[in-house]
Write a protein that binds this ligand. Structure first.
Ligand code: HEM
Ligand code: HEM
Length: 261
């Protein structure tokens, strides 16, 4: 194997471990963080099914973003839907058997990359030209968009220009990573840049705003049922206090009873 291939293979596993361990730690932290108060935002779902429907609308349609700003919604949604289709198309590199029908159906969707990249340019334009947004944008906000644009544009160079890469070799490299049968990878600069930036994305995922991916499912304003008028809500820590209180009360009442006799 070439030095470059060894370097990229090692880097893949290092990034993957950082991604998996980092995400597991964060999800655990979100999981154990108490949500002591009922704070779902209106219009509130009254049942568990309602919550599932609300979350589905948030994840698939970005419902609350649509209500707050149409331009941000348009570019944000274009980017995310494009990204989702692009990722499904990439399964063909890592899938070991024949791709299931449903994913085969997705393969012609290579133009999804345009939705992704146009969306990213729109989001970048918003940060640069809308004064109110520029004021609250940190360097990391721009870097995130630059990183995703670099991945998107380098991918499009391979798909839509004559600078193709050897996709059979990519398939062997990627499935080799899964089965631990390591082989050389193509060495065109745009392919190496594409993959290197993907590794950077994996590493920063658990320490950046990309945590909105698991975060949305743990957001109390979105995942709570509005049943506070039907059911008494006691947080676990308050439950302990209440049990102690009740025990003490029973003791006192018990003493009073025996004194009365
Ligand atoms: C469950 C899946 C996801 C959902 C529901 C989701 C939803 C959202 C929403 C609602 C925004 C807010 C836009 C705004 O208010 O400014 C956003 C922003 C963003 N998302 Fe996601 N997202 C998901 C997955 C991802 C993934 C996998 C990535 C990248 C790998 C990503 C990258 C970004 C970036 C970079 C922004 C900030 C855009 C900006 O600079 O304005 N998202 N996402
Ligand atoms: C290690 C993981 C990855 C590998 C090995 C890889 C490899 C490739 C290759 C070989 C192409 C060219 C396909 C062709 O010529 O038909 C491509 C295209 C592309 N890649 Fe990736 N990629 C990876 C991850 C990603 C990720 C995470 C993103 C998005 C954030 C992405 C975004 C794109 C885009 C937008 C295109 C062009 C459109 C398309 O062909 O679907 N890639 N990628």
């Amino acid at each position: 194997m070439s030095v470059v291939s060894i370097f990229f293979t090692a880097l893949f596993y290092i990034s993957l471990i950082i991604f998996l361990v980092g995400m597991a730690r964060k999800i655990y932290q979100y999981w154990i963080t108490p949500a002591p108060l009922k704070i779902p935002t209106a219009p509130t779902p009254l049942t568990q099914t309602g919550v599932v429907m609300r979350l589905a609308r948030e994840v698939v349609l970005f419902e609350s973003l649509f209500k707050s700003n149409k331009w941000t919604w348009l570019f944000g949604w274009l980017f995310h839907i494009g990204l989702a289709l692009v990722l499904v198309r990439h399964l063909r590199y890592f899938w070991l058997d024949d791709l299931p029908e449903i994913f085969l159906f997705m393969q012609p969707f290579k133009y999804a990359a345009f939705a992704m990249v146009i969306g990213l340019f729109g989001l970048m334009g918003r940060r640069i030209f809308v004064e109110r947004i520029r004021y609250i944008s940190a360097p990391s906000d721009y870097m995130m968009l630059v990183l995703l644009l670099t991945i998107g544009v380098s991918g499009m160079i391979m798909t839509f220009t004559s600078n193709h890469t050897d996709v059979i070799m990519v398939k062997e490299f990627a499935s080799g990573l899964v089965t631990f049968n390591w082989v050389n990878l193509p060495t065109e600069v745009h392919f190496l840049l594409h993959v290197l930036m993907v590794f950077v994305l994996m590493v920063i995922f658990p320490i950046s705003k990309l945590l909105h991916v698991p975060g949305i499912f743990f957001s109390p304003t979105r995942n709570q049922v509005d049943d506070s008028r039907k059911k008494r809500h006691i947080s676990p820590w308050a439950l302990k206090q209440e049990q102690d209180h009740e025990m003490k009360l029973n003791q006192i009442l018990g003493q009073d009873d025996s004194e009365g006799k």
